[in-house]
Design a binder for this molecule. Structure first.
Ligand code: GDP
Length: 201
């Protein structure tokens, strides 16, 4: 997929105010600081479409971007940050859950996991919740430039094993680095294939 255009559409805290468009959506979610903004900017080849922030938990809205006038990229708030109150955190949870369950045009949610760490409980809880709700997920490993090949292989195996402890089948897993710009083609091909398969129905 060639990115011809990428524009910000709207930020919301209420799923009902998301764009009234049936265009396919692909959402990105993960713990704060996982590298989500950097990855989104890398995918769409824009320096600052998504804000790379030094403040965990700063993006607390559902952000829609229109790509190639064909599909929406949705930047969801980071989960699991410590600096907001319990009540606020619960609200972000509800906001995200409502969005995920009420957007039939949502084709897939990419769950970002830092390749240097084990799958955290909150990631697993989220993936399991998506599974129960029968919402499609793909796992995207970030910051893989920080690992040697052997370490990355070990990390991938461990993440796969953790997921297989809960699920019969593995979701698609993408290995990415915003620094090395790797994994971009595979993620964009996956998105394109999902869009095309819908068109063919
Ligand atoms: P977000 O909070 O999930 O949106 O994460 P950011 O994109 O703001 O990134 C958090 C920190 O990780 C920043 O200091 C980034 O420069 C760094 N980072 C993000 N992606 C990568 C990557 O692929 N490789 C490396 N080495 N650092 C990264």
């Amino acid at each position: 997929m060639i990115i011809k255009s990428a524009e910000f559409v709207i930020s919301n805290t209420d799923y009902q105010k998301c764009p009234p468009s049936a265009k396919p959506e692909f959402a990105f979610i993960g713990r704060s600081n996982v590298g989500k903004s950097s990855l989104i900017n890398m995918l769409v080849q824009r320096k600052d479409l998504a804000k790379v922030s030094g403040t965990p938990g700063k993006t607390q809205t559902i952000n829609h971007f229109l790509i190639n006038n064909a599909w929406h990229l949705v930047d969801l708030p980071g989960y699991g940050f410590a600096r907001v109150s319990q009540e606020a955190r619960w609200n972000f949870g509800r906001m995200i859950e409502e969005y995920l369950q009420n957007r039939p045009q949502l084709f897939c949610t990419f769950v970002l996991i830092d390749s240097r760490h084990e799958v955290q409980k909150i990631d697993l809880d989220f993936i399991n919740w998506m599974g129960i709700k029968q919402l499609p997920v793909a796992v995207l490993l970030t910051k893989t430039d920080k690992l040697k090949n052997s370490e990355l292989a070990k990390s991938c195996k461990s993440i796969e094993q953790t997921l297989l402890n809960h699920w019969e089948d593995l979701p698609p897993i993408f290995i990415t680095s915003a620094v090395k710009k790797s994994g971009r083609d595979k993620v964009l091909d996956f998105i394109q294939t999902a869009i095309d398969s819908q068109k063919n129905v």
